[in-house]
Design a protein around this ligand. Structure first.
Ligand SMILES: [Ca+2]
Length: 482
């Protein structure tokens, strides 16, 4: 990135006010050059967990055994300010497009069993783009970007291989939508019926794909989207008993067992990479799709306020790490802002291509931040997650604009949108727990961030989400068409 690039890092909001103005709030194109030219194109393994509380790691004192994830963090660069959308579908939409999901109506709510909407056909997915660059593309796990038509399914959105569940949650043992609502485990468009705990099955299959891939022929992009540790609370009994014996009670013991099983699956991936001899040529990224949910005494977001569904840090600021032996120094970290959508142009850059969306991205190539810890080209994350009176806001290195209907938790009642929105400004440097509204002290910052937020909010495509899409006549098997 050149120093005269208008997207060059400027770490003060007021600096932006003076020097850059609102241009940064507009959609931006692929930003700048990256010094990765001499690097061989790596395999890229993206591991996404589901609703993993940010404190629920062994190395963070979470009371759970996660030796593999601990090692991943110790061997890579911890991304200490990695941001996502606060819910499953929107985060996945951002990852697959490099664009804010509000651009195409996937920012609010999630795809429900009877939703007719999905990722729009004119969005070029990350998998499609990497496949065009010569990558083998495989996905294992939870799609959650639409299943109402065959064209919405991952097999038709860039993945040469797919093994997983199309909907947003899965019975871990029966492999259907929870509640006995239709089978939802598929391999390349065919329903498959297997015995076993789904997290283990996903881990084993990911390891198999890595082992069987011909690494001499082409690089591999593997997207492993675990359903763990999203509810329903289910885990092998012996693992649950281990945590009960340690004093964990009720569903907390089950959740911790689910996290450990997830860690086992990630260990299978790490071992397969090692055994294939591709440690030095494989970038592994791990992140959660959103923060731990509002389930008291089950998940923990540690020192972060709030939970899944909210734009408090506990909803959108998640654990993440990048490991690439020989390229990323082990045991390092960065406090630079990274948004999940940034992985789109970053992966494309590492693949030797450029994003060719035909549309502006909302994301930045953060290769240098991942590899070298350089300043991130990203200066803010704009959160549009629903109607104005829902959870919205803007995050910068220092500041947080919060727009919410109330100061508490989500109430699944659309009637509450009639209430006026609360606008608050937090200084995250001094107030990490987002308690003190300082908007009166920094009115210019507040106004600037509000304009940034409006630059996306005002051009959003309305979501087709409705709670009523949860119910309907369930098929015997999801994702079956004429
Ligand atoms: Ca989730």
């Amino acid at each position: 990135m050149t120093t005269d690039n208008k997207f060059a890092p400027q770490k003060q909001v007021l600096g932006n006010l003076l020097g850059v103005g609102l241009g940064l709030g507009l959609p931006v194109l692929f930003a700048g050059q990256v010094g990765a030219e001499a690097i061989e194109r790596p395999n890229i393994i993206m591991i996404l967990s589901d609703d993993h509380g940010s404190a629920d790691f062994g190395f963070r004192g979470g009371g759970v055994d996660t030796p593999n994830m601990d090692r991943l963090f110790f061997e890579g660069r911890s991304l200490n300010r990695f941001y996502v959308q606060p819910q499953c579908t929107p985060s996945r939409a951002a990852l697959m497009t490099g664009r804010y999901p509000a651009r195409f109506g996937m920012h609010y709510g999630v795809v429900l069993p009877h939703s007719q909407w999905g990722l729009p056909a004119d969005e070029i997915t990350l998998a499609e783009a990497l496949r065009d660059e010569g990558y083998e593309t495989a996905m294992i796990g939870k799609w959650h970007l639409g299943h109402a038509t065959e064209s919405m399914l991952p097999e038709n959105r860039g993945f040469n291989y797919y093994f997983g569940n199309y909907l947003g949650s899965l019975d871990y043992f029966k492999h259907g939508f929870p509640g006995g609502r239709g089978h939802d485990l598929h391999r390349n468009r065919e329903p498959v019926y297997l015995d076993g705990y789904i997290t283990t099955l996903y881990g084993e299959d990911a390891a198999r794909v890595i082992r069987e891939h011909d690494h001499e022929q082409k690089p591999l992009f593997l997207y492993l989207a675990l359903t763990a540790p999203h509810d329903p609370w289910q885990a092998p009994e012996e693992t649950i008993n281990k945590y009960r014996a340690r004093g964990a009670e009720g569903e907390r013991a089950i959740y911790l067992a689910m996290v450990e099983e997830m860690d086992n699956a990630i260990g299978m991936v790490m071992n397969a990479v090692h055994e294939a001899g591709i440690d030095d040529n494989t970038l592994i990224i791990y992140a959660s799709d959103n923060g731990g949910p509002f389930v008291p005494d089950i998940t923990s977001n540690g020192f972060l306020r709030g939970e899944k569904g909210t734009t408090y840090e506990g909803g959108i600021h998640v654990p993440a790490v990048a490991r690439w032996k020989g390229q990323i120094p082990a045991g390092t970290s960065t406090d630079e802002l990274v948004y999940i959508g940034d992985l789109y142009p970053t992966f494309l850059r590492l693949a030797g291509g450029v994003p060719n969306q035909g549309k502006p991205l909302d994301s930045y190539d953060v290769t240098r931040t991942l590899l070298n810890g350089n300043p991130s080209p990203r200066q803010h994350v704009i959160q549009v997650t629903g109607p104005e009176t829902f959870w919205n806001g803007v995050v910068t290195e220092r500041w947080k604009l919060m727009i919410a209907v109330h100061n508490g938790r989500i109430i699944p009642d659309e009637g509450h949108f009639a209430a006026p929105a609360i606008h608050k400004l937090f200084d995250l440097q001094d107030d990490r727990y987002e308690q003190q509204d300082v908007s009166a002290d920094y009115p210019e910052v507040y106004e600037y961030l509000l304009k940034l937020w409006r630059s996306v909010y005002d051009v959003r495509v309305e979501s087709e989400f409705s709670f009523s899409q949860a119910e309907g006549d369930d098929p015997e098997i999801w994702g079956q068409f004429e």
